[in-house]
Design a protein around this ligand. Structure first.
Ligand SMILES: Nc1ncnc2c1ncn2[C@@H]1O[C@H](COP(=O)(O)OP(=O)(O)OP(=O)(O)O)[C@@H](O)[C@H]1O
Length: 822
């Protein structure tokens, strides 16, 4: 059989050595392109009895024999007309998953770590092993879990804490402070405990597939920048009937997923707007998320009544990295330093033609959409290839119809040169799939001819010392060891990572015997130029820094001089102030001692005042008690007095009334008698009293007593003489009447000195007078008159003045011989 070689790859010519300008070199570097890496994987036949139209010739070539020719070959064993296809690598049916991963996906994960984007998709007819290759199964893990595994093993010691990098929902990331990240972690933990978080359902033992997938032992990748911090984010989307669905969306109770739109971010990168991006810290986390998406996919398809192979699945792994600070401990808090790289793993839907599947209705529409999207993919790649040729021939390039399909729209950037594109063509070698396989081969052939512009490394270089993180780590270990040894100076040590210098990242490894040597040399030149540039820049920076430092030293010297003079003057001022303050201190001490004395006195006085106040209070209390008692006594006494006085008053009134009644009776009798006396006296001739002696004299004589001075010269001789004459009888009658009158008033009359003698005394005197001197002389009569006057005074006091006055007017002239003066 004649082999027709359809090698799409061209062997690169040996580069001509020539002098190139700076611009030319840059242009060459800018124009550097890589072909789409197309691999082929042949799945094993289902049974040994199956016929095959495919033969793997070597590690890069397969041959397809047309069905009729194959039959002919069997019959005639004659000439062969097979078609050969060359790939980057062909995996035979016995190739393991690890073989596929190591050749195809591991370089892409390295790209990811280095900050480059990569797209890997599997293409082939239904049942050709696309999902098997990409995801694998329980025992044979596919590319995706292996990528995650090797990635996490590589970055495990350099992962940032969760939520230090946070998606900004616009395809970018922001850096949170340690505190904010901690808060977010706490919130997530609370949600987990509450059972409402995204991972609330998670149970590692529940899915043996995940547990087995987690146990792998790949070697860590090279090319990791150990001075960066890393975080991994995953998204899982599905494109079904040309609509994009987020398989990690928290859709709640509703089972249908909302379709998403594809948008362009500020850097013109395409992204699914509002897609759920989950930060994962372990392979288990990531596979959990994947399984969750798978469940959603199944659920969605049940609703849509479709099968898994009828949609394109895209599992994105995004690696976010940012440089650490000068000590290599924390992420530099500037979102501009963030580098985001992406590895998109795409499991395309089966590429068979609808005529073959004989689908109708909804399935036909699905198949149509699938074919449309794959056709658009083919078209885009075809246009890209044509544009390459057109540009080199000077023709205007065609517009690539990325927007005609979601899958091409989403990965537009990859084809435009924002990352490396790889494809695994899955082939089912059975005879029935010959035609479909032919189509797939054609597509693969065409795809390999597409050159994709090489993405420039996107990593940020802040010029910080490389290896600072490791140096800091080692330094800390050393300090800990010193501390354990009991060396006290250890804690004062400070790491100086700035002592390590570097001109840039390590050189990439090159193999100069490859057909791409020219390109690699150019790349090497580019690296060297970068280094030279950097060295120049560093030298320039150093010169500037030296100048600045010199200037700073001069300024410092000048400032130093100024400061010295200022210091001298300040010292003099300080001395003055110190003297002044010591004098003031002395004064203060004196005042303080006098204040102490005064305070002592004051406290003494205070004590005295307290004692006196206490005494005073006691006295006041006593006084108050006494006053109370006095008041009580007073009240008691006054009440007694009132009772007594009432009683006395009543008794007195009663007595008075009785006396009055008696007196009235007697008065009436005496009135009778007086009337008789008056009659008698009027009928007799009484001797006149000498005018030289007034009634006052008579009254004054009474003090001496009626029977003392005046009776010296005229004392009667005998008792019988007195009663000898009728006049004397009359006088005696009068005196007895007067005596009787006086005896009627036995009370004492206060305020009248002449009447203060008791009535009994008067009565006695009357009796004396009657018995001794009444009949003797004129003086004796005067005494009678005085006595009578006295008796009248007693009458007046008794309130009988008016009645008696008339009687006295009658009696007194008789007694005084008409010379009595009122
Ligand atoms: N290389 C392989 N080794 C062993 N088994 C394989 C291989 N490739 C595929 N298979 C098996 O073939 C079957 C179909 O494979 P798979 O589901 O991956 O096909 P597919 O291309 O994804 O189909 P669809 O387009 O319908 O999704 C699976 O049972 C899988 O285990």
């Amino acid at each position: 059989m004649k082999a027709v070689s359809r090698t799409p790859m061209r062997v690169a010519k040996t580069p001509r050595v020539h002098q190139t300008t700076e611009k030319q070199r840059r242009d060459t570097a800018e124009k550097a392109k890589d072909p789409v890496n197309v691999f082929c994987r042949v799945r094993p036949l289902q049974s040994d009895a199956d016929l095959t139209s495919l033969r793997v010739k070597n590690s890069t070539t397969i041959a397809l024999n047309p069905q009729d020719q194959l039959l002919q070959h069997h019959k005639q064993n004659g000439a062969q007309r097979e078609i050969q296809y060359i790939f980057k690598h062909v995996f035979q049916s016995d190739a393991t998953q690890q073989d596929v991963f190591a050749s195809v996906a591991q370089p892409l994960v390295e790209n990811l770590v280095r900050g480059r984007n990569s797209l890997l998709f599997t293409y082939g007819v239904t049942g050709s092993g696309k999902t098997y290759t990409m995801t694998g199964n329980l025992r044979h893990r596919g590319i995706m879990p292996r990528c995650l595994d090797v990635l996490f093993r590589t970055i495990s010691d350099f992962q940032a804490k969760k939520f230090v990098f946070k998606p900004d929902k616009l395809n970018g990331f922001e850096i949170l402070s340690e505190e904010d990240a901690l808060l977010e972690r706490q919130q997530e933990m609370n949600l987990r405990f509450a059972g409402s978080g995204r991972f609330a359902y998670r149970n590692k033992d529940s899915d043996p597939e995940i547990a087995s997938q987690a146990s792998v032992e790949p070697t860590p990748l090279l090319g990791l920048d150990e001075d960066n911090m890393y975080s991994v984010f995953v998204t899982y989307i599905e494109i079904y009937n040309n609509s994009v669905y987020d398989l990690l969306e928290d859709s709640g109770i509703q089972k249908t997923l909302q379709s998403k739109i594809i948008r362009e971010d500020a850097q013109h990168h395409m992204f699914v707007h509002g897609v759920t991006e989950v930060e994962v810290k372990t392979v288990e986390d990531a596979l959990d998320i994947f399984q969750m998406g798978q469940k959603k996919k199944r659920m969605g398809h049940t609703v849509l009544n479709a099968e898994s192979s009828r949609s394109h699945s895209v599992f994105n792994i995004r690696l976010v990295q940012a440089p650490t600070d000068s000590q290599g401990e924390n992420v530099v808090q500037d979102r501009h330093n963030i580098t985001v790289s992406q590895l998109s793993l795409v499991d395309l839907a089966g590429s068979e033609r609808s005529s073959r599947t004989k689908n109708t209705g909804e399935r036909l529409r699905e198949a149509g959409n699938i074919n449309n999207s794959l056709m658009t993919l083919r078209k885009c790649l075809e246009y890209l290839r044509e544009n390459q040729q057109a540009t080199s021939n000077g023709f205007a390039p065609k517009k690539i119809p990325y927007r005609e399909s979601k899958i091409t729209h989403m990965f537009k950037n990859y084809f435009d040169g924002e990352g490396q594109v790889s494809m695994i063509v899955c082939i089912n070698p059975r005879m029935e799939d010959y035609d479909e396989n032919m189509q797939v081969m054609k597509f693969a052939e065409m795809t390999q001819e597409v050159q994709i512009a090489r993405a420039t490394p996107m990593k940020m270089d802040l010029g910080l010392t490389p290896g600072r993180r490791k140096a800091n780590k080692l330094f800390k270990i050393a300090v800990n060891n010193l501390n354990e040894l009991g060396i006290p100076e250890a804690k004062d040590l400070e790491v100086d990572v700035a002592l390590v210098y570097s001109l840039g990242p390590d050189f990439p490894t090159y193999q100069m015997d490859s057909p791409e040597a020219e390109f690699k040399i150019q790349e090497l030149m580019h690296y060297l130029e970068q280094r030279i540039e950097k060295r120049k820049r560093l030298r320039g920076n150093l010169d500037i820094k030296c100048d600045n430092f010199r200037q700073m030293l001069m300024n410092l010297d000048r400032d130093n001089m100024q400061l010295r003079t200022e210091l001298a003057s300040l010292k003099a001022v300080y001395k003055q102030e110190r003297d002044r303050s010591s004098a003031l201190e002395k004064k203060v001490r004196i005042h303080e001692s006098s204040i102490d004395v005064l305070n002592n006195t004051l406290s003494k006085r205070d004590r005295q005042i307290e004692e006196l106040t206490f005494k005073l209070n006691e006295k006041e209390n006593l006084l108050t008690q006494k006053e109370h008692e006095k008041e009580k006594q007073k009240k008691k006494f006054s009440s007694k007095m009132a009772v007594e006085s009432d009683k006395n008053k009543r008794e007195l009134e009663i007595k008075l009334r009785q006396q009055r009644e008696k007196l009235h009776e007697r008065m009436r009798i005496k009135d009778e008698k007086l009337r008789l006396v008056s009659n008698i006296l009027q009928s007799e001739d009484l001797p006149s009293m000498p005018r030289s002696q007034s009634s006052e004299d008579l009254l004054n004589d009474k003090d001496r007593g009626p029977f003392t001075a005046r009776t010296e010269s005229s004392v009667p001789a005998t008792r019988t003489d007195i009663y000898a004459t009728p006049r004397h009888v009359s006088l005696l009658s009068f005196c007895s009447v007067s005596y009787n009158l006086m005896s009627l008033n036995p009370s004492i009359h206060p305020g009248r000195g002449s009447c203060q003698q008791p009535t009994s005394t008067l009565a006695f005197r009357w009796r004396q007078m009657a018995g001794t001197s009444c009949s003797q002389s004129r003086a004796t009569r005067y005494n009678y008159a005085a006595l009578f006057e006295e008796s009248q005074v007693g009458y007046q006091a008794d309130g009988h003045e008016d009645a008696d006055r008339a009687r006295r007017q009658q009696i007194l002239p008789c007694l005084t011989g008409g010379r009595h003066r009122r």
